[in-house]
Design a protein around this ligand. Sequence first.
Ligand code: GLN
Length: 485
Amino acid sequence: MPEVPSATELARAVRERATTSQALVQAALNRAGAARALNALVTLNDRAGEQAAEVDARLSAGEALPLAGVPVVVKDNLNVAGTRTTCGSRILSNYVSPYSATVVERLTQAGAVIVGKANMDEFAMGSSTESSAWGPTLNPWDPERVPGGSSGGSAVAVAANITPISLGSDTGGSVRQPAALTGVYGLKPTYGRVSRYGLVAYASSLDQVGPFARTAADLALVMNVLAGHDPRDATSLEAPPAFRTGTPQELRGLRVGVIRESLGGNTPGVEAALQGVLSALRDAGAVVSEVGVPSVQHAIAAYYLIATPEASSNLARYDGMVYGARVPAGDVMGSMTLTREQGFGREVQRRILLGTYALSSGYYDAYYSKAMRVRRLIADDFARAFAGVDLLITPTSPFPAFRRGEKTADPLAMYAADVDTVAINLAGLPALSVPAGFEEVDGRRLPVGVQFIAPALGDERLVALAGSLEGIGAVRLETPPGYGA
Ligand code: GLN
């Protein structure tokens, strides 16, 4: 059980007048200050106090607010009107958004207060939050290690107890992997379930906003606020949310398939956590089997040939003419070139080059269109697997948090961190990373997670499952030493 109040408990306390939104927001800002060394937040909202006072006034006026007074942080690729949106990049260092993302509007409408923007890998490209122009985010379980990425700041905000919930974005694993490496829940919803309006695009056909939380009840609470149709996002689905937490009884007869291709290649602690969850599921009456999803072996290759072309196109807009920084030069072309050369970091430049190459004439068929055919095979394999099981399970990451600098010189090693997560984005499916145990490495306890995958629109099933798992004691949620209430 978490040592600190959940969003559900905090909102209830505010509604019952046991505390105020202003008090909760001030406490969150104090904790953010105390945890500054983790570098989880890149911007604090200097109007958070005022906004908390407005929430208190709305409550007094009788408004029903499901997230009354709950302090929240959002990843720095989600627009909040009047606040910087940098995406962890120098090229957007001075960009102030004139509008808010739909998810931000929904949170504030529900009574939450955005206290800050979370650090991230530049433009969400990475698995360690080391490529941010504002420096790396540290893992509260071991400050020498990464928190995962790209939503590392959002994960750490919840793991280190700055806020009970936060938002990240997941294009290939960026919510689930940092959730696993910091020991909290991270949900990647079905593609289209949560609006992308106001999320700065990385790879639009894969991007999805998702929450971090410490309890199943908080996941249900925040998803009931976030999910639902948005006319401003053309890919948004008409699927009203109905999230709730499940009971242990609901595990009876549940068919869970372990993806065969995800076994092997995991560290002993990850393997042990997976086996621990499987045996708890069996004890509770679930039916566990092994299922092949053979094409997932090609997921990393396909992902990088689909995500980078989309990125090269999405990032073409950063030329210093409309948004963000501009480096002056003698002529327009010179200015655009210098702006992009100096504004983008190395990993972003690498991906723009790779993506442009994969789309270029003569290579399009060999790379991009072949990857798109593999994407179809992956989706078909998942559909076949779900004919026989209700949920699939894999480790979220094959290893716990790695050391800072360990993978920065080798992009392919960094890309391999997402071996268990990218296929789910290619198939558009929902998946939840659940804190499942700890692995001791060099005298440090490091969290590990397992990932449950549901068929499209099965998001509710995943959140219900989290509640069932909590009921049987299969969720290992702890607060890192020094970051308790
Ligand atoms: N690590 C993957 C990448 O770098 C996924 C990132 C993400 O989900 N945003 O593309």
